[in-house]
Design a protein around this ligand. Structure first.
Ligand code: UT7
Length: 330
């Protein structure tokens, strides 16, 4: 039975470090509030005109190098982002041009914080059927150019950061592979975390009045998102383990989406799972949405937190609402 293994990974964050105190120059916030409510101490922001595809290129080239491959070895690109470089075409096409592999299919996945998990699952299905042998899966976000830097947007703005993470999925018949990914969505809650403009359902899509009202910025009902996240994440983690006959006690590492350190603490508590076995780097990067799981997974692997044969759980929840969990045999 074919499956897909992670043959190499990469990640990239811009050089510019924005500390919590730096945010206080634009909005009424404090380092103390941000650390206490989210765990975040700093995040990275791009400088100048840098889009998601550029960050993704850095991460992808590193992943290719780690896998000992070149761009021409790739059969397909899956690009998860909520912050595409331009409205259309997708950033996958832009990344494909940057990597110099014309003709290779490129698909954008618009599933926000769960985007990497959705992409991983799609890539895994293509590889299991034998249709593709190697797929580049990348999550990349440039949030910083689309945030409300005034006090009006402080609840959302302080949590987001820019970055990219990439994985090369390769066909395998071995034991190290993606065992399963369980995915969910509930569109009834779409408006609880969204950036609504420019929008095809608005005519015009964008106006001066809309810009003045800040409708181009992300809006969130933070408490509602938090509440759902701490319920749905343990649920989906238990479910994916159950359907694969793996005990939580046998999981070596949980790599959750990095939305809020308090969410991850609460999820670990609800699972009765030791927090030392939960990987977190939100302190340094904030919430990089589709990039957060691959950045964290790559860092965890780089720090020697994973050895061959380990069970690793990836889990995320976010806008849509969308959520899911992947069980990986490292
Ligand atoms: O990755 C996508 C999924 N996203 C998430 O999972 C995020 C989930 N939600 C959260 O992480 C939290 O809800 C936040 C960190 C966004 C907010 O924390 P909270 O504890 O829910 O605070 P809140 O929004 O209820 O605000 C509490 C108070 C309010 O003041 P009053 O009304 O009590 O006077 C806010 O105006 O904190 C105020 N506040 C701030 N104060 C200083 C909100 N943002 C800030 C800020 N600095 N940045």
């Amino acid at each position: 039975m074919f499956g897909s293994r992670i043959a190499g990974m990469g990640h990239y964050v811009p050089d510019r470090v924005v500390k919590n105190d730096d945010l206080s120059q634009w909005m009424d916030t404090t380092d103390e509030w941000i650390v206490q409510r989210t765990g975040i101490r700093e995040r990275r922001w791009v400088e100048g005109d840098v889009g998601a595809a550029e960050l993704a290129e850095h991460a992808s080239r590193q992943a290719l190098e780690e896998a000992g491959l070149s761009p021409s070895d790739i059969d397909m690109i899956l690009f998860a982002t909520l912050s595409p470089d331009i409205c259309f075409p997708g950033s996958g096409c832009l990344l494909q041009a940057r990597l110099g592999i014309p003709g290779v299919p490129a698909l954008d996945v618009r599933n926000q914080c769960s985007g990497f998990l959705y992409s991983l699952s799609v890539a895994d299905q293509f590889i299991r059927t034998g249709a593709m042998k190697r797929i580049l899966v990348v999550g990349a976000e440039v949030h910083s150019t689309g945030l409300d830097l005034s006090t009006r947007g402080r609840d959302v703005t302080v949590i987001f950061g820019d970055g990219a993470g990439a994985a090369i999925l390769e066909q395998t018949e071995g034991e190290s592979r993606i065992l399963d990914t369980e995915l969910h969505a509930d569109g009834r809650y779409a408006e609880m975390l969204m950036a609504e403009a420019p929008a095809s359902r608005l005519n015009p899509r964008l106006s001066v009045e809309m810009l003045e009202a800040g409708r181009q910025f992300p809006k969130m009902d933070g408490k509602a998102v938090f509440k759902q996240a701490v319920e749905r994440l343990p649920e989906v983690i238990h479910s994916v383990l159950r359907r694969n006959g793996v005990a939580l006690a046998d999981v070596a590492l949980l790599v959750p989406h990095q939305a809020n350190l308090r969410i991850n603490e609460m999820v670990a508590r609800q699972l009765n799972f030791p927090f030392e076995k939960v990987y977190n780097n939100i302190q340094r990067y904030g919430n990089t949405t589709a990039a957060s799981i691959p950045i964290a997974l790559h860092e965890a692997a780089g720090e020697g937190r994973l050895k061959k044969g380990d069970y690793v759980l990836l889990a995320g929840f976010g806008s849509g609402f969308t959520w899911g969990a992947s069980l990986v045999r490292w």
